[in-house]
Design a protein around this ligand. Structure first.
Ligand code: ZN
Length: 508
């Protein structure tokens, strides 16, 4: 059973692995479709993160899906690559054609599925499943049997199905909370019974917000393989997020599973490919998971990194961020200023803090560029801009989107044009071309918020750019998204290249 965090008996010697089904269950999320390239890229990243089983798709879906599964099997990954298969021989044959290492055979588990969905009987399900397991195992496949809707199934029947599957040669059975219905105590009872028969997996969904809890309870009950998806993408409220289970197992129970330093990269790749963006407050991989704004928290964090964090961000390949807003305090503001090489005396610091809080009170996030501008004003410093936008034109009607920009860099005027997938992309390319490689700055993140809802909405673009070990965040608002994007980017470059026009010009 569960140890009590943090000092008592942990899950101990438990060996837990993951079966990632981002490419199958995850892709079944509304509006998600992954290209073969995206699936191959995600599969490679899963393998790098040491996910042991990758469900690459469902071979019966169609020729396109089979081609994609073949792409994944041909990557020669360390992971065992599997296909989803319904309880029919044809599906197993199609999976075999794709060269997978294994199949997850899904058969009806609850009477609702047995009678209403498939129109069969419990006896027939047990008989047919055993026959199919024998067939698949006989063809050298790793075989897992899932009784679909297991959390609403009769436990005696699930046990009977499990026993028949093992007798027929299945490698493992899986307890599936298909509709995210189960409570932790039910999960404990059901998984305990299956785990007595042989190796057992858990497949949990988050409809009640219990996916992680149920996965952990499943492990405590004896399951040693957890099904899940990256970021928890999946049907309805989604599957359990593998990165959350992996971190909880590591932090709470000392059970090592994935290479945690890879999960953030994985999360970003999946968010981008699926178009399902991460909530800022998402555990482990959300933007705010290691961001501190409030004065009290920032002050505490500056005294001791661990003050307001359960585990350090580096553990999951991330960095801590201290941001400024309405709750800013002196310590946080002073630390942010000194990071940009700005020294202030006590009175100046008070004035800067006041102005930062004013901005924050208006609901604005105070960016680095805002802070530096405030400090310049408070200290009465005149700053010569290094990079300035003089002119921007963008066109996207008909052909390839193009844009041209005129910039002043130091004393020199530069013009450049660019093309891209859209006007913003073209304009960004043009700015990069105008600056040349000597800028050496890179765009780390790009984020758009519409402030109002209409087609005349003012949008705010926030960019984060870095150069060497300096990072700056800037924003610009406009009704024209291209203009806002370029202005935010030019402001960021201006901050990053401040006092270095000679070098920028010389290097080019
Ligand atoms: Zn599922």
């Amino acid at each position: 059973m569960f140890g009590n965090h943090p000092d008592t008996v942990p899950l101990g010697e438990t060996d837990v692995s993951f079966l990632d089904t981002t490419l199958r269950d995850g892709e079944q999320a509304p509006g998600v479709s992954l290209s073969p390239d995206e699936k191959a890229d995600i599969a490679r990243k899963l393998d790098t993160a040491r996910v042991e089983y990758i469900e690459a798709g469902s071979a019966c879906t169609g020729p396109g899906e089979r081609e994609t599964i073949e792409r994944v099997t041909s990557l020669d990954l360390d992971a065992t690559v599997t296909s989803f298969a319904r309880g029919v021989k044809g599906d197993v044959d199609l999976a075999l054609d794709c060269g997978v290492d294994g199949v997850t055979i899904v058969v009806p588990g609850s009477d609702r599925h047995i009678e209403t969905k498939v129109g069969t009987t419990r006896d027939a399900v047990v008989h047919d499943t055993a026959e199919l397991v024998e067939y698949a195992a006989g063809h050298g496949l790793w075989v897992e049997v899932i009784g679909e809707d297991g959390s609403r199934a009769d436990l005696d029947f699930l046990e009977r199905l499990g026993r028949a599957s093992f007798d027929a040669g299945a490698d493992r059975v899986c307890y599936a909370d298909t509709v995210g219905h189960a409570t932790p105590d039910h999960t404990l009872a059901a998984v305990s019974r299956l785990a007595d028969l042989g190796p057992t997996s858990v497949h949990t969904h988050d409809d009640l917000g219990l996916a992680v809890t149920n996965a952990l309870v499943g492990v405590a009950a004896g399951a040693d393989l957890v099904h899940g998806t990256v970021n928890g993408v999946g049907e309805r409220a989604g599957n359990v997020a593998i990165e959350e289970v992996a971190v909880a197992l590591d932090h709470g129970y000392g059970v090592e599973t994935l290479d945690l330093t890879k999960v953030y990269d994985l999360a970003q790749a999946v968010a981008k490919a699926t178009g399902v963006s991460l909530a800022p407050n998402k555990a482990v991989v959300g933007e705010n998971a290691f961001t501190h704004e409030s004065g009290i928290h920032t002050d505490g964090t500056l005294k001791d990194d661990r003050m307001y964090e359960p585990y350090p961000p580096e553990k999951v390949g991330r960095e801590r961020r201290l941001v400024l807003g309405k709750h800013a305090g002196r310590a946080g503001v002073e630390a942010a200023l000194s990071e940009h090489g700005v020294d202030v005396d006590d009175d100046e610091l008070s004035a800067v803090v006041e102005r930062v809080k004013e901005l924050g009170d208006r609901g604005k996030r105070v960016t680095d560029a805002d802070l530096l501008t405030i400090a310049e004003e408070v200290q009465g410093r005149e700053r010569e801009r290094t990079v300035e936008l003089l002119d921007l034109t963008a066109a996207s009607g008909g052909g390839t989107p193009t844009a041209s920009v005129r910039l002043r860099v130091g004393d020199e005027e530069r013009t450049a044009a660019g093309t891209g997938s859209g006007p913003v992309d073209a304009a960004v390319t043009a700015v990069e071309a105008a600056l040349g490689s000597a800028g050496g700055a890179q765009l780390d993140s790009y984020h758009v918020d519409a402030i109002t809802g209409g087609t005349d909405a003012v949008v705010t673009v926030e960019v984060e750019m870095s150069r060497g070990d300096r990072t700056v965040t800037t924003t610009a608002s406009d009704t024209d998204i291209t203009s806002a994007s370029v202005r935010a980017m030019v402001d960021a470059l201006d901050r990053l290249l401040a006092h270095e026009p000679e070098r920028v010009l010389a290097d080019d």
